[in-house]
Design a protein around this ligand. Structure first.
Ligand code: AFD
Ligand code: MN
Ligand code: MN
Length: 426
């Protein structure tokens, strides 16, 4: 669909202006003793996984407006992520959600992955819905359920997920637990925690030693009185009780409004328990909007913590797994993912450009204004030429969204898969 030649042709008319902008910025940075190419190298390396469930139009509980050409199976989902990766060179992995993505033809899938240069990043379990033919219902919980048989079914589902993932080379199981209660008194809060801890321990025991378990938290929804894992503290305590290979996953939409997420990120790194991210944009809660769309400064501050910890030799945090967890009911999902990645790379580039020594000095001398100005200097810099250069160096498009449109990708997908094809997922 997108050939190397086509991408080259699409870049051609933009190249002169890009080079002008890039060399201006590189010059400016070198006057400040910063190296533009070094930032570009970091951006080229940076990869964000794409979840299989973000490739179709998401709905709200009021409706869904599919736009056609959505991937109908795992093979086509891999194809979509492959397209994104061709366009920006920054999405080389895909995250699976069971039961929607149970792999059938392993050899065929491996072949496809090789063709597109993709790996399988993680496997996500689903105990928030009942599946046809399932003996026990999750209506009143899964890993925290009062009945042992229901818990066992949910534990087994997570073990099955690990086994599916192993076949395709994944090494991460992500658990988001929807368990909770809607009314005071409905659930014994401490017992629900204990049962969850025991269930997770059983999953952890069954996990191969080179795997990691990531535990998400979320303050509300689908339950509105209490969630069993509502906050990072609960996730952290569970990870502590499980062992070295369990880490906390921060989903940007899983906080109450105005939570200082960058501080949580800093804390978790300090404790060596930050395992991964689900990037998205949030105004009010789990909105799953485009990453960085409404709060770009927050995204920058999060990356500032990540870069800061990465440069601090006293921090021993495991490798952080980056993923987008968004859902779109008004945009073409692929365009939205391209936008998200662009915002993520921009925030990362800005964080890399923070004058960390000067910031440290300002902080140690309590120079409040100077410290803030240092962050603002980096944040307000237009780093788009660096991001575009990273795309170019990895063989992608200087302007991925424009290239996607100019190449008529959606139209071709609709032609291949039909106007009515609807993807599985959330
Ligand atoms: C839901 C949750 C959470 C999770 C995803 C996949 O809110 O973000 O990562 O499902 O299980 O969107
Ligand atoms: Mn998530
Ligand atoms: Mn969510």
């Amino acid at each position: 669909m997108l050939t190397v030649q086509r991408l080259h042709d699409l870049n051609q008319p933009l190249l002169a202006e890009h080079q002008l902008q890039f060399s201006y910025l590189a010059d400016l940075l070198s006057r400040r003793h910063q190296d533009a190419q070094a930032v570009v190298r970091e951006l080229v390396k940076f990869q964000v996984a794409i979840p299989s469930w973000a490739l179709g139009t998401g709905g709200t509980r009021f409706g869904r407006f599919p736009l056609g050409g959505e991937p109908r199976n795992l093979e086509e989902k891999i194809g979509d992520v492959g397209l994104l990766h061709q366009l920006n060179g920054s999405s080389n992995s895909i995250s699976l959600h069971i039961p929607w993505d149970i792999p059938q033809d392993i050899a065929g899938l491996e072949q496809l992955q090789r063709e597109y240069g993709l790996v399988i990043d993680s496997v996500n379990s689903n105990t928030f819905q009942d599946q046809p033919g399932q003996p026990f219902s999750y209506k009143f919980g899964s890993l925290s359920h009062t009945e042992q048989a229901v818990r066992q079914q949910a534990i087994q589902h997570n073990i099955d997920c690990i086994n599916y993932g192993r076949q395709l080379g994944a090494r991460t199981l992500t658990v988001w637990l929807a368990d909770g209660s809607n009314f005071p008194g409905q659930q014994h809060l401490r017992r629900a925690y204990r049962r969850t801890q025991e269930s997770l321990a059983a999953i952890y025991e069954a996990m191969p030693s080179d795997w990691q378990l990531l535990i998400e938290y979320k303050p509300y929804e689908p339950h509105f009185y209490s969630m069993v894992i509502p906050d990072w503290g609960t996730s952290y305590s569970l990870c502590q009780s499980l062992g070295q290979n369990a880490n906390v996953l921060v989903d940007l939409g899983h906080h109450l409004p105005n939570t200082n997420i960058e501080q949580i990120v800093g804390r978790l790194q300090q404790f060596g328990r930050l395992g991964g991210f689900h990037f998205n944009g949030s105004m009010y809660g789990d909105d799953d909007l485009t990453t960085g769309s409404s709060k770009p400064f927050q995204l920058f501050l999060i990356f500032n913590e990540l870069v800061d910890a990465a440069r601090d030799t006293s921090v021993t945090n495991p490798l952080v797994a980056y993923m987008i967890d968004a859902s779109h009911n008004t945009k073409d999902p692929l365009e939205d993912l391209l936008q998200s990645i662009e915002n993520i790379l921009g925030a990362y580039a800005k964080a890399l450009l923070v004058d960390r020594e000067a910031l440290h000095e300002a902080q140690e001398t309590n120079d409040v204004v100077r410290a803030e100005e240092i962050l603002r200097d980096a944040f307000l810099l237009d780093v788009r030429p660096l991001v575009a250069e990273a795309y170019r160096q990895s063989g992608g498009a200087l302007k991925p969204v424009a290239a996607y449109r100019a190449a008529g990708v959606r139209e071709q997908l609709i032609q291949q898969r039909g106007k009515l094809s609807v993807s599985t997922g959330l």
